[in-house]
Design a protein around this ligand. Sequence first.
Ligand code: HEC
Length: 132
Amino acid sequence: MKKLFFLPALAILGLLFIQGVTKSEPETKFISHEIAPDMPPQVKAIVEQKCYGCHNAESKNEKGKKKLDWDEFEASKKAKQMATKGKIVEALENGDMPPAKFLENKPEGKLTEGELATLMEWSAGKKKSPKE
Ligand code: HEC
């Protein structure tokens, strides 16, 4: 009798376990990342609109993905983030990003002056809190 009692209990435990495993799967959506707390929401918003399409882990833009992967950026250590930020500053200063070729077909992808300033400020690390 006792043995039979065990079976449903085991089944329930199993189910709970499976649920736990599925729940703990890493969140891949960019917006909900909480890993890089120093990335202000307005910077994220710009990156998502203007940069993320080519620079993410699943991007078909192999070259862009290799040079900069925002998913990886968010998960990487401070030192690596700093190095990447340096590259971003450089790319923005040179007006390299988004690439001119891409903008020929998609002029709305260009950064506005305000967006450029926000990204620059953030990547150059001039302003820690962009709230003011
Ligand atoms: C249309 C696709 C596309 C978009 C949009 C885009 N990039 Fe890129 N990005 C690329 C490609 C392709 C490369 C690699 C260029 C190369 O190797 O010549 C690259 C390279 C870079 C690099 C590395 C430069 C280096 O030499 O290491 C940085 C930093 C960068 N992009 C930042 C940005 C930022 C910031 C944005 C948004 C403002 C952005 N990108 C938007 C395609 C894109």
